[in-house]
Design a protein around this ligand. Structure first.
Ligand code: BGC
Ligand code: NOJ
Length: 799
């Protein structure tokens, strides 16, 4: 089995040891406004705040080969041209290594006695990428060689950049200065932002016109200027502006040299855009170049970044007997939760950054992964999300990060959405004890003057379900529930329309969702607990109303949602059963087994155990639990997108990792530790052995792993940006290791096989630090409550 890399836990890095990974293995840089994607061969792009509207570097989707475009360095040493990251030149290297760390990537290439190490990172709170290039002569003779930098500018709007060529090819503008090459397309008119690529020493040549640099018929791997050892010193007018510096260098044996590049973004006040007619105001760029353009400045920035992540990852850690568990919990799962929180589902190597902004349900679920890490940002996110709700409790399915406005193209009508606001808010308050957030005033649809308290938003979220019940007293599904692809009111036979946005025929529809029913019961119980807490002390009549709506839903599920051996998935438009033994395909689905068992519906009558047994029997395969079984083998207009996927992929019987933790948590609540552990190990990448089969990064969860009906079961896709991050975090931290934040303390209630059941946990919780030694002896349902008391506590807990 080919290995492409390994974990270095002490450094919190994943070390890639050969560049030709089965798919680009990427990392993310940035913590606030400025974000970058960077592959193990330095491909990728960056943007400020919004991957669609403020794209800084151009990237080629669907490129051949994959992953074309990035921050490339070219070295010409005699007649050999090579790149430290192997690509784009692909000249074989004597040494190659890429280390993806927390918010940085370090790539080292060595060829014929010349070593180039490039450290890429985005300093916290800065709007730039730093490329720190260290060159060392490791040979015995003096080296004379040349170095070129290269980036290609995107004309800001990543979408029109790819299509409106009749305009784009005439608008490009740059400015050339000794400290930097500036990209200012459209700055002359309405834009107040520009980008620059600067370096901390005078360059020997430059280019800003792509075709001059590349040559009309060359690719990234063989730029004309590099081949000929020159620069064109071009000033781009239209066409495709780039930035490339050239340096003619000399190094004695053993000597090193360092260049620090800063790739930045600046937004100016409207009134201070220019310093002379047509000349952009470069003051802020120069400040950045000064701050980071010295070894000391770059060191400080990198140290600040390290402390940022040290602090984040010092809040929760485990020391167990299982290294795969420890590295997942202590490093990569929490890191992925942060990245997923920052990006929602916008920009990855599977998401173009153009199509989707922040998802209402996605972002609410992402909160569960980061409330213990960055509570202040979680708070702001909750308020931003709530502001995209409508007065009837419905909400925009997505909003644009730049404007924070709901996205009209996709609209609303996904009937699970409102409940996730309760989910997110409860997770936040349990972690922080900040009940005050409930009194924050939040508008509807961002319209000033419509503000009500967040608590009111939660109430109307709850009511949105009870106001939209179907013939069985179960929640109407609307456009779709969590499974975006189960489109029961869509009936599309037009390949040119999107299942997500086509007409939603709810009039007369009987389509009801058991997944929303389970979610409603689980979140309804949480909501009632919140309302009844003395810090909220809601009107007891209202609390009773919530409780009775929950009880009524449980009753409806038991009466109309139980199929005999498992929970039904849904009723269709005409009231037909979906996810029933009566169906030929799609007899059983994972979502309702997960949510109804997490809600403990019918637990006393044995329904939860039966449903979990059925999930194991019908859904489990070698690589995890598939979404539905049997897979749909043909397109069914009444069901929509789910049946559009070939068997074993995505929502049609793929292992949709996001929902595996739902069943695992259901298993934990039922005390089935062996099932919990087995399911968890199957989807957790640190336990995955075959890197070639898995294809995508071995350090992060994927949204989907191909299921048993697929051509290559076990092949991963859609890595990084997935609700799997937050859900596996919730699952492992609260239900496997059993550290459950409560309003007034921590409840310790693990569910782990005794063989792994002795471990230490360090947990920061509000103003308290806990050092816990937990010893599980296998007693069913054992738990221990630790009241919240600020200070440091060391406890030994035997359960
Ligand atoms: C995907 C879903 C996704 C939806 C919305 C579908 O094509 O299969 O996973 O949620 O699009 O973008
Ligand atoms: C991915 C989407 O981001 C999420 O909102 C959806 O729930 C799942 N796919 C399942 O369809």
């Amino acid at each position: 089995m080919t290995q492409f890399g390994h974990f270095d836990d002490a450094a919190r890095e994943y070390v890639i040891t050969r560049p030709d990974t089965p798919w680009p293995w990427i990392n993310y840089l940035g913590t606030r406004d400025f974000f970058s994607l960077i592959s193990n061969t330095a491909g990728g792009y960056c943007f400020c705040r919004d991957a669609k509207f403020r794209r800084i570097l151009r990237y080629r989707y669907n490129g051949v080969p994959m992953d074309a475009g990035g921050r490339y360095f070219y070295i010409k040493d005699g007649d050999t041209v090579w790149s430290p990251g192997w690509k784009p030149c692909k000249t074989p290297l004597d040494t190659y290594e890429c280390r993806h760390g927390m918010g940085y990537t370090r790539i080292v290439g060595e060829k014929a006695g010349l070593r180039a190490e490039v450290l890429f990172f985005v300093p916290p709170d800065a709007r730039c990428e730093i490329h720190r290039v260290k060159l060392t002569n490791t040979g015995k003779t003096t080296k004379r060689f040349q170095l070129w930098s290269f980036v290609e500018w995107c004309l800001w709007n990543a979408s029109t950049d790819m299509e409106n060529f009749q305009r784009n090819l005439s608008t490009g503008e740059v400015e050339i200065e000794p400290d930097a090459l500036y990209h200012k397309t459209e700055y002359r008119e309405r834009r107040d932002h520009y980008a620059f690529y600067g370096v901390n020493r005078p360059y020997d040549g430059f280019d800003t016109d792509r075709e001059t640099f590349m040559g009309m018929y060359n690719g990234f791997e063989a730029p004309q200027q590099v081949l000929s050892g020159t620069s064109g010193n071009t000033v781009a007018h239209g066409w495709s502006p780039i930035a490339s510096h050239r340096f003619d260098l000399e190094l004695a044996p053993g000597a090193s040299d360092e260049l620090i590049f800063v790739l930045g973004y600046v937004k100016n006040p409207q009134e201070a855009k220019f310093t002379a007619p047509g000349v952009i105001n470069k003051a802020q760029a120069r400040k950045m170049l000064q701050a980071y353009g010295t070894p000391a400045g770059a060191d400080i920035a990198f140290e600040t970044l390290k402390s940022y992540w040290d602090d984040i990852l010092s809040r929760f850690s485990v020391a167990s007997a299982v290294p795969e568990l420890d590295r997942t919990v202590n490093i990569w799962n929490q890191y992925q939760c942060m990245i997923t929180f920052f990006f929602s589902r916008s920009a990855s190597y599977f998401e173009s950054g153009i199509g989707r902004g922040m998802g209402f349900r996605d972002s609410n679920q992402d909160l569960a992964g980061i409330v213990h890490l960055i509570p202040a940002r979680a708070r702001q996110r909750i308020l931003d999300i709530a502001a995209t709700q409508f007065p009837d409790g419905g909400c925009y399915h997505q909003y644009q990060p730049l404007t924070k406005r709901g996205n009209n193209d996709i609209g609303g009508g996904f009937n699970d959405d409102p409940l996730w606001l309760i989910f997110g808010t409860v997770a936040y308050i349990k972690e922080t004890g900040d009940f005050g957030i409930l009194h924050e005033k939040v508008p509807f649809d961002n319209k000033p003057g419509t503000e009500v308290s967040l608590l009111e938003h939660l109430k109307i979220s709850f009511a949105h379900v009870t106001d939209n019940l179907g013939p069985h007293g179960l929640p109407l599904i609307g456009r779709a529930d969590w499974n975006d692809c189960l489109n029961l009111n869509c009936f599309s036979d037009n390949p040119d329309e999107s299942f997500q946005t086509t007409e939603n025929k709810t009039e007369g529809s009987k389509a009801e969702s058991l997944m929303i029913a389970g979610l409603f019961v689980a979140e309804g119980k949480d909501f009632a607990e919140l309302l009844a807490h003395p810090a909220v002390a809601a009107d007891p009549k209202y609390v009773a109303k919530v409780r009775s709506a929950v009880a009524a839903m449980e009753k409806a599920v038991k009466a109309h949602g139980w199929d005999g051996e498992w929970f039904l998935r849904a009723y269709g438009y005409y009231g037909d059963k979906i996810g029933s033994n009566e169906n030929e395909e799609g007899k059983i689905f994972i979502e309702s087994q997960g949510w109804c068992t997490m809600a403990r519906i019918g637990a006393d009558e044995g329904l939860c155990d039966k449903a979990l047994d059925a999930a194991v029997k019908h859904l489990e395969c070698e690589h995890g639990l598939v979404l539905n079984a049997p897979a749909y083998t043909r397109y069914i207009k009444d069901y929509g997108e789910i049946s559009s996927y070939p068997q074993g992929y995505k929502e049609n019987a793929g292992i949709f990792c996001h929902n595996n933790p739902w069943v695992i948590i259901g298993e934990a609540m039922a005390g089935r530790a062996d099932d919990v552990w087995r399911h968890y190990c199957k989807i957790t990448p640190a336990f995955t052995k075959d890197q070639s089969l898995r294809k995508v990064e071995p350090y992060v969860f994927c949204q989907m792993v191909a299921g048993r009906d697929a051509a290559r079961p076990g092949e991963g896709k859609n890595s990084w940006l997935t609700g799997t991050a937050a859900w596996t975090w919730k699952c492992v931290s609260e239900f496997i290791l059993g550290i459950k934040p409560q309003y007034d303390g921590l409840l310790i209630e693990p569910c782990i096989p005794v063989a792994y059941g002795t471990y230490k946990v360090h947990r920061r919780f509000r103003d308290a630090e806990y050092d816990l030694t937990i010893r599980c002896t296998g007693k069913p349902g054992a738990s221990h409550f630790i009241p919240y008391i600020p200070g440091h506590h060391t406890l030994d807990i035997e359960l």
